[in-house]
Design a protein around this ligand. Structure first.
Ligand code: ATP
Length: 248
């Protein structure tokens, strides 16, 4: 059970606009029940990797030109984004993307659109989201556009949870948030992982926080995985300390 692999990315290349080679052979795997971190600086290719997995590159004129991506053994290339959500994978985009004119609760409800769930089930799921994000319960009638950056990040994650995902691809959850909020959000991710069994693949520039909460990490540089290992080992690695944790 522990070693069951959900997602298998095997040696993918991604090209934008037919010419710009951005991923140069990236491989990674996401086990069931794990928090896996995809680390690296600005432009390393983290977002591109997540979009390749969730089949969202077409709208960016990007294309996987080599390698394969499988979820539970099925090629994701054969699934459109909605079908992928149905099979249990959902991406929380960088920058949050709430529907600003809808309330917090309406935003959350949009996350259940791919499911044919009864009202009772939806109410139960909403309750689950509010248990993990008590702030969202307080703000449920507020227009999302008027909530704080941290609350919008919570809405984005909460909305993803409404699809009852098996795996969440979380892009840069810490972006633009004060350290205390980053801790709060990562703490909730950890709870969701432990109590609900949700698996996460999270892209983060904040190596420090990501390696404290993740079980395993991959470090990307210029479109290549340059290092990977259990988070505890990466934290102690001298190169990681020097180049990513800001201490030697
Ligand atoms: P960031 O944290 O800034 O999002 P990242 O690690 O997620 O960084 P990507 O967004 O995947 O990196 O970008 C990787 C490279 O691909 C960058 O050099 C970027 O300029 C380029 N790139 C991203 N999107 C496109 C696009 N639509 N067309 C052309 N090049 C792109």
């Amino acid at each position: 059970e522990n070693s069951e692999t959900l997602l298998e990315v095997n040696n993918i290349e991604v090209i934008y606009n037919h010419v710009i080679l951005v991923l140069k052979g990236v491989s990674l795997s996401v086990p069931k029940g794990g928090i896996t971190a995809l680390l690296g600086g600005n432009g390393a290719g983290k977002t591109t990797t997540l979009k390749a997995i969730s089949n969202l590159l077409h709208s960016e004129r990007g294309e996987v030109t080599k390698g394969s991506i499988k979820y539970r053994g099925n090629a994701v290339a054969d699934l459109n984004p909605a079908a992928l959500v149905k099979s249990g994978v959902i991406q929380v985009m960088e920058g949050r993307h709430c529907f600003e004119h809808l309330t917090v609760e309406e935003n959350l409800m949009t996350g259940s659109y791919t499911r044919r769930a009864s009202r009772a089930e939806l109410a139960q799921d909403l309750e689950m989201v509010y248990e993990y994000f008590p702030r969202l319960r307080e703000r449920r009638k507020s227009q999302a556009g008027y909530t704080s950056g941290g609350e919008q990040q919570m809405v984005a994650i909460g909305r993803a949870l409404m699809s009852r995902p098996e795996t969440v691809l979380l892009d840069e959850p810490s972006m633009g948030l004060a350290p205390q909020l980053v801790e709060e959000i990562f703490g909730i991710v950890k709870d969701l992982n432990e109590k609900e069994g949700v698996s996460f693949l999270l892209a983060e520039q904040n190596t420090n926080v990501a390696l404290r909460f993740a079980h395993y990490g991959y470090i990307l540089e210029s479109g290549r995985v340059v290092m990977d290992g259990p988070a505890a080992e990466l934290r102690e690695n001298p190169d990681v300390k020097e180049f990513y944790l800001g201490m030697s």
